[in-house]
Ligand binder design. Structure first.
Ligand code: ADP
Ligand code: ZN
Ligand code: ZN
Length: 753
């Protein structure tokens, strides 16, 4: 029996059409239409042809059969969604809020198949001696091109076509003539575009694996024993940079592959360096492939085809590599699992860690997380027993943890030093220049929201309701100089004197990488300085270029944003300076402390990676802040305990859950009105324990591209209550016929709105 109807999700993101539509399968397509397939269908009153994905094929008509439209055709070269992908998309839609079509598009890494490349080879059809003879014969007849090719083929019986037409400069007619004479043949073979940088794959030699330390071995064996026993859970490896986590990952992958399974390794895009790729390539050769944003559509498509066919076992890449179409996935590894880039900025705003856990559940695979500074979420789960924790304490390649100094910038001001550099940092930079060692200076601007603090006593202006820093609003059109809370919208006039000590030195901190570079030139004219920030890394390869220049010791000092703390190892760096730890500490969101701890730990980890001992200087106006104290002592446990009690008190994740609802509108009044309506719906949707609704308020960036932005937050200890409210709001949005894209949901957000 062949099914005659198909339920199809149309490629339009709107709440109103966010459900399957039924179509008739025409005679000519009967038997070919399958679940997941991309099809072309007539839609709407005008029967415009659009694309859609088949969610179900059935023999049951839901309406009068004669009223159903027919599927027009199957999309040529369209990529089908697999059953698992559809289930995963459904899960994402349910848990993060989005239309089904947005979720489907997210789980399909490639929408369109590209033609494979064809590699042509010229093969000699006679033996060496005969080829040499022919070459001579052609030479005597002054047919130099033919002579040249036969001569070459007498030495090497098969030559790449591109070499023959290129370097040997042989015309197509000459090749055809020799083919006719049955001296040569042209062979064509389909091949894949390589995703690896050319020089990674060249000169590959398999390196034997390292002999694992006892600790490393214990982790591998424990996870593997569970795997073979059918126990499925999530593991977290907490280990400082250089403690051998990557080596553990590779061993695990090796063993899981030996079981006939496949592996996905997620690495933040910014840390996915040439060096990392080389390491994996040296161990696994061309069984490994990579996905990153630099690949062309054709290269991406080829990697997916290879993965689906089982021609590669390991896919390395950022967040989206999670959707590699492996048939026998056995292992997912998320390195630096705390990284914010694992959370998608687009709808659905999924977190790769949670989505990976769901994927692993579906595929009967295991999930391994690794970090030097685990996210509070993962560590909280480890404490609760839902995640199994392993710890790696020592650095393996030698090198001790650096000595950390905390410099109190209030004291510097009191002593008359108003420079960006504390006296200690200045002296240490000078010392390193004299010794010919390298320095990294780091200023964090990410998440910088214009907090206001007192340079005299360190007091920070905070929201009385949310306990996050207030931000100075620089909106020219209405709120210049006002201080605003990005969660609840609380605001107050700007201040001219410190409420705590009365000092007039109360202001926003405004130093940038460029200013630091200029100051270095002034203070240390002989020093060679490199700068790395969004400005100097606009070009495709400039990021790698700057880092390798620094690695080759072509500079003494590298100044940069958070970008510089990842990737390369620099043996000669013995000093790291964090110029204003407060910048990330007072970013105005509940994760500011966690992010600061991570950054300080990572930055400190850059110093003293080899035999030379390292020193770290953390400059701050708040040396007594628990984040600074625990980071200076490199005490993760201490930080975790302090931070968790703050989260618990204020009901922030992971102690509770937080859902941001962002409302977008080209009209300010409409946007504010919709936000208000939705916030009221949310308040009304109360169960036994009513949710806390905060806001609505204008978003921190109130307008982007002429679209106004309003936001409100909902807190609850139970995640399901929040997804329940999301469902209620989605239904309301559909009933009111608002555009689905005008409202965005973000669960446990990693950022401010
Ligand atoms: P992480 O991923 O935690 O930063 P890596 O796996 O990169 O750590 O290891 C850090 C360094 O130690 C690397 O140079 C690696 O080759 C080396 N290493 C790792 N494990 C061992 C081992 N068991 N024996 C010797 N060297 C090791
Ligand atoms: Zn003060
Ligand atoms: Zn507030």
């Amino acid at each position: 029996m062949t099914c005659r109807f198909a339920n199809i999700i149309v490629d339009i993101s709107h709440e109103k059409v966010d459900r399957p539509f039924q179509y008739r399968i025409p005679e000519r397509l009967m038997g070919t239409i399958a679940v997941g397939m991309a099809v072309t269908i007539p839609f709407g009153r005008g029967n415009k042809l659009i694309h859609g994905y088949v969610m179900e094929v059935t023999d049951k008509a839901e309406y009068d059969e004669s009223r159903l439209k027919e599927i027009h055709s199957v999309v040529k070269d369209g990529v089908s969604a697999e059953g698992d992908s559809i289930r995963l998309a459904w899960w994402m839609k349910q848990n993060y809020g989005s239309t089904m079509i947005s979720a489907l598009k997210t789980v399909l890494p490639v929408k369109q198949k590209r033609k494979q490349l064809v590699k042509k080879t010229i093969v000699c059809m006679v033996d060496e001696a005969a080829a040499a003879e022919k070459a001579e014969e052609f030479g005597r007849k002054h047919q130099t091109a033919k002579a040249r090719l036969m001569q070459e083929l007498s030495l090497q019986p098969a030559l790449p076509y591109t070499l023959v037409t290129g370097k040997l400069n042989i015309a197509a007619q000459t090749i055809q003539a020799l083919e006719k004479a049955k001296l040569i043949e042209t062979h064509a073979e389909e091949t894949y575009r390589s995703a690896l940088p050319e020089n990674v794959a060249q000169g590959w030699q398999k390196k034997t694996e390292k002999h694992l330390s006892e600790n490393q071995g214990r982790i591998v064996n424990s996870i593997l024993a569970d795997f073979k026993a059918g126990i499925r859970q999530t593991y977290l490896i907490h280990g400082v940079t250089g403690s051998g986590k990557t080596e553990v990952y590779m061993e695990l992958i090796d063993r899981v592959i030996a079981e006939g399974r496949q592996a996905i390794v997620l690495i933040p895009e910014i840390a996915l360096t040439y060096q990392t790729l080389v390491r994996f390539y040296q161990r696994f050769g061309d069984r490994v492939s990579v996905m990153n944003s630099r690949l062309s559509a054709g290269e991406r498509s080829d990697q997916c085809v290879r993965a689906a066919k089982g021609e590669v076992d390991i896919m390395i890449g950022p967040r989206s590599a999670l959707f590699t179409p492996f048939q026998r996935l056995g292992l997912v590894i998320i390195d630096e699992e705390h990284e914010g880039s694992y959370k998608s900025e687009n709808m659905p705003k999924y977190h790769a860690r949670e989505t990976a856990a769901e994927l692993c559940r579906m595929k009967d695979a295991v999930l391994v997380l690794g970090s030097a500074t685990p996210s509070l979420e993962s560590y909280h789960k480890a404490k609760g027993g839902a995640v199994k924790l392993f710890t790696l304490k020592e650095r393996l390649a030698g090198g001790q943890l650096p000595q950390v100094h905390v410099e109190d910038l209030r004291q510097e001001l009191k002593s008359g030093n108003r420079s960006i550099f504390s006296r200690r940092l200045y002296a240490l930079i000078d010392d390193r220049l004299k010794k010919g060692e390298q320095t990294m200076l780091f200023i964090n601007r990410r998440g910088y929201a214009g907090f206001v603090s007192c340079r005299s006593c360190g007091y920070v202006m905070k929201c009385p309701h949310c306990d996050v820093s207030l931000s100075e609003h620089t909106d020219q059109y209405k709120k210049a100089g006002r201080l605003v809370c990005h969660y609840c919208g609380y605001e107050m006039p700007g201040v001219t004197n410190c409420p705590q000590c009365g000092s007039k030195y109360i202001l926003g901190f405004r130093a940038g990488t460029q200013q630091i570079e200029e100051l270095l030139h002034k203070e240390f004219p002989a020093a060679r300085v490199l700068r790395m920030d969004a400005d100097t890394t606009r070009n495709k390869d400039s990021y790698e270029q700057i880092l390798s220049q620094f690695a080759n010791e072509e500079a003494d000092i590298l100044v940069g944003t958070q970008m510089i703390v990842k990737g390369h190892d620099f043996a000669k760096v013995t000093l790291v300076g964090i110029l204003a730890a407060d910048m990330s500490l007072h970013a105005g969101d509940y994760r500011a402390g966690e992010r600061t701890f991570q950054l300080l730990t990572q930055a400190a980890g850059r110093a003293g990676r080899s035999a030379l001992p390292g020193e770290v200087v953390i400059q701050t106006y708040q040396p007594e802040h628990y984040t600074i104290i625990h980071a200076a002592n490199q005490d993760y446990e201490g930080f975790y305990a302090a931070e968790m009690s703050y989260r618990d008190l204020m009901m922030y994740p992971p102690a509770a859950h937080l859902m941001a609802v962002l409302v977008l509108s080209p009209d300010a009044v409409t946007g504010a009105g919709h936000a208000q309506e939705l916030a009221e719906r949310a308040k009304a949707a109360s169960g036994d324990a009513p949710p806390l609704v905060i806001g609505p308020a204008e978003a921190s960036i109130g307008k982007i591209n002429d679209v106004f932005r309003y936001v409100f937050y909902i807190k609850h200890r139970d995640y399901r209550v929040l997804t329940g409210i999301k469902d209620v709001l989605e239904t309301y949005i559909e009933a009111m016929q608002w555009n689905a894209d005008s409202v965005q949901f973000d669960f446990d957000p990693m950022r401010n709105y």
